[in-house]
Design a protein around this ligand. Structure first.
Ligand code: 9MR
Length: 361
């Protein structure tokens, strides 16, 4: 059910056309311009993140903030480098349904339109999330709240029907720490089945969209929260609750440092029969080594279908003082950028499903 389009065939060197024997003098003259006429290597490196990821059938995306679309330095980088877009805030509940039943898509559409105009796909973020609830939603409980949740999923998904690659249907529903359980919230208090009801509602609303559960601090395989989400996904798959993907936000910092078992986390979720997407990647300090490791971990697992960084330049980040992204505030490519690009290019052109065995843990 992986419906994303295969990447276009790679461009081969111009000199793959007919070759004829040339008189020595002509050949000598042509030798002067040999650098222009030599065949390009069959696996010439791609020069942008999106193109490099496409070589293996994956995407490389970014969060886009609607308020920055008027900044041409920002849009130049975003449109050049990325082939998937997530609205950073504009498709959240407070933006899309500020009053009950009054849906507003102006800001979300602006980002969606920008993405499509620039040849990018869109991840939908997010349908049900405990923060950022408008007052009307916070005031509800019980069956009235449950109905409002269902109506919200239906209202937003109907508007974007057929236009979203994957939706974060439910975001951050599990508790931090060692409890291994759900987070308390008004949504949770409507009953433990709220997540599966959301996914079933979402499947009916837009059967073409991949449906993801998305969370932070589920990157480290040994953490209780990771295991709790894993158990939910396994349970959903066993009982036929429609779930297609897990989003690992991958906000790495001193509180959630990158761990080499990240690849085990990705491959373990994938083994349940879901795609895995790295959905909000940023790394405190932007270590090139860590960025390369994260990229290689995704590349090693066939069902890891793409990576999204949570912003374009450090100055665009929700935690800009950590300088966690791939571009400096001046738009320059940081060492982490080069590390990611090189890792993507090194993976070559084999599609995701064809090279999974190589790096599987
Ligand atoms: O980056 C987002 C920031 O601009 C918002 O103020 C904040 C609250 O809506 O959400 C941030 O994005 C979060 C994402 O939606 C879910 N995972 C954590 C992200 C960082 O806080």
């Amino acid at each position: 059910m992986n419906s994303h389009a295969l990447p276009p065939p790679r461009t081969r060197g111009r000199a793959n056309g007919p070759r004829r024997a040339l008189p020595a003098a002509v050949a000598g003259i042509l030798g002067l311009v040999a650098t222009q006429t030599m065949p390009l290597p069959a696996d010439a490196a791609a020069s942008t993140l999106g193109a490099a990821a496409q070589q293996s059938g994956r995407y490389f995306g970014t969060a886009i903030a609607g308020g920055r679309l008027g900044d041409s330095a920002y849009t130049t980088i975003a449109s050049r480098e990325f082939d998937m877009v997530t609205a950073e805030n504009e498709m959240k509940i407070d933006a899309t349904e500020p009053q009950r039943g009054r849906f507003v898509f102006t800001s979300g559409d602006r980002i969606h339109d920008w993405a499509v105009r620039n040849g990018k796909r869109v991840r939908g973020h997010t349908l049900l999330w405990h923060p950022g609830q408008p007052a009307w939603l916070q005031s509800l409980s019980g069956s009235a709240l449950r109905q409002a949740m269902i109506d919200h999923v239906n209202g937003v998904m109907a508007h974007y029907k057929g236009k979203i690659y994957a939706w974060d249907v439910v975001n951050e529903a599990f508790a931090d720490g060692n409890s291994g359980g759900r987070r308390d919230s008004n949504f949770q208090r409507t009953g433990n089945d709220w997540i599966e009801v959301a996914f079933r509602t979402a499947r009916a609303a837009d059967p073409a969209a991949k449906l993801c559960y998305n969370d932070y601090n589920i990157d480290n395989w040994t953490w209780a929260k990771t295991q709790a989400v894993y158990n939910m996904v396994r349970d959903f798959k066993q009982r036929g609750v429609p779930i297609d993907c897990v989003g690992l936000q991958a906000h790495f910092s001193s509180g959630n440092p990158y761990n080499g078992n990240f690849r085990t986390t990705i491959s373990s979720f994938a083994a349940l029969g879901v795609d895995v997407q790295i959905t909000e990647l940023d790394v405190q300090g932007a270590s090139p080594t860590t960025y390369a490791a994260v990229t290689n971990d995704c590349l090693a697992v066939p069902r890891c279908t793409g990576i999204t960084v949570w912003g374009v330049r450090d100055s665009d980040s929700w935690r800009s003082s950590d300088a966690p992204l791939l571009f400096g505030g001046d738009g320059s490519k940081k060492p982490a950028y080069t590390a990611v690009l090189n890792a993507l290019n090194a993976a070559g052109s084999s599609p995701p499903r064809a090279h999974g065995v190589r790096g599987a843990p």
